[in-house]
Structures are given as C-alpha cells and as structure tokens.
Design a protein around this ligand. Structure first.
Ligand code: PEP
Length: 248
C-alpha cells in the first residue's frame, strides 16, 4: 500500500523580492491541504517567509546547503544554520547547481550527509540531459547519480526525497509525459529496492520536476510512483501554484 504523503515543493530560485514571494503563497494561509507544501526561497528570505507563513501549514526548504559544517568558507550556509533558521527540507544537486556551480555526485553525497546529521530532509535532484536521453543512457546516469550521491549513507524510512528532474524539461515548457515520468520513477524505486530493500524503497517519496504547470500536474500525480512535484517557474504564479497544490 502507498502510504507516502504527496508533496509539492516550490523552487523559487533567484527570484524575489519578498513581496512577489509572499503574494505567491498568501492564499495558502489558514487552509489545509492533503499534500505537504514546501517553499524554497533564496536564503535571505527564509526568516521572512517563516514569519509570513506562521499561520499556515507550509514548510520551508533551502535551495542548497554547504558541504562544510563551519569555518573559513565565505558565502556558505551550513545545514545546522538552516535547521536553526527553521528549514525542514533542503534541495541538493539541482541541475542548475551541477551545471553552473560544479556540483557533482561526490559533493551531493557530503551534502546529503550534512543535511541528515542536522535533521533536514534532503531532496536529492537527479536527471539526464537531452544528449543523455538521446544516447539512451538515462538509466545509467540515474543509477550513477543515486548510487554515488547516497554512498555509505544510512537511510531511515522516508528520511530523504528524490526529485527526478530531466534537465531538458527544466524551464523549457517541455514536461515529460506522465507515462515517461512514471517509467523513470518506477525504475528509480526498483533501483532503491535493490540497494536498500523494498521497505525503504516504498518509504522514499519520489518527485517529478520539469515544466510542471496547473494543466499537467494532475496527470503526473496520478502515476503510481510519482509522490509529488518540484515546481520552478509555475510556483511563482499564485493561480498556478494554488491549483497544483489543490490537485496533489
Ligand atoms: C526546477 O528548477 O526545479 C524546475 C522544475 O523548474 P521549472 O518548473 O520551471 O521547469
């Protein structure tokens, strides 16, 4: 039986200011949703969002986390700091960070470890690029990303989430079809089962991300192995985001 609570995560990326972000979620305050709703603002707005959302059920996540615990690492923010600030989740290894900030599976592995040690739920982002899909190596890429990013990490039931975000679908308006996404999600769960056992695999929430909007959300969410959505652009539009969350 699938006991995984659906989850919708907004990745606000480098967008603001605070007025735009507040207006994206203002209508959520005082309401209950079946799904767990999480917003990931830029670091600087985490406290503001916590205050703004104090009478809502929305949780806060960060878009990144340092692989360092403390010390001379200018510009970094540690998992402990994020936890203290009130975050519950943190995104790790988003494709934009892999492509533009040289993150790789090894750095993701350290970040996942740091997040878990500090009581944050890591949302590990994985996904193939266009070339890899065309070369038919999607599954190899995913196995590698998951295996290396979780190497040596002891998982508790449901202690991590994995977001499948095909790079070719992010910000392009070209979402994966629900069938295509389900096939990959099923594959990921199968791999998790092989590596961690069926109980563990069934407890991990798998999210789809990549050009999700209010028109394709429902169909994606009805797929057996898709437990939630990671939403970029559409999460800044109050109408889109509310509709997506209501469908989850
Ligand atoms: C993302 O950046 O995680 C994302 C899914 O973006 P978009 O929804 O805009 O494709």
């Amino acid at each position: 039986m699938n006991a995984r609570r659906p989850i919708v995560i907004a990745n606000w990326k480098l967008n603001g200011g605070i007025d735009l972000l507040c207006s994206s979620v203002a209508s959520f305050i005082g309401k209950h949703y079946e799904a767990e709703i999480v917003v990931c603002p830029p670091y600087i707005y985490i406290r503001d969002m916590l205050n703004f959302l104090q009478h809502s059920e929305i949780n806060i996540g960060s878009q990144n986390v340092s692989k360092y615990a403390s010390g001379a690492y200018t510009g970094e923010t540690s998992a402990q700091m994020l936890k203290e600030a009130g975050c519950k989740y943190c995104l790790i290894g988003h494709s934009e960070r892999r492509a533009m900030f040289r993150e790789n599976n090894a750095s993701c592995q350290i970040k996942v470890q740091r997040a878990l040690e500090n009581g944050l739920t890591p949302v590990l982002c994985v996904g193939e690029n266009q070339q890899e899909r065309e070369n038919n190596v999607t599954k190899d890429v995913l196995i590698r990303q998951i295996t290396e990013s979780l190497e040596g990490i002891k998982l508790e039931d449901g202690s991590i989430c994995i977001a499948y975000e095909p790079v070719w679908a992010i910000g392009t308006g070209k979402a994966a079809t629900p069938e295509m996404a389900q096939e990959v999600h099923q594959f990921i769960r199968h791999e998790l089962s092989a590596q961690y056992g069926e109980t563990q695999a069934q407890s991990i929430r798998l999210l789809y991300g990549g050009s999700v909007n209010k028109d394709n959300a429902k169909q994606l969410l009805t797929q057996t192995d898709i437990d939630g959505l990671l939403v970029g652009g559409a999460s800044l539009d109050p109408d889109h985001f509310l509709t997506i969350c209501q469908q989850a």
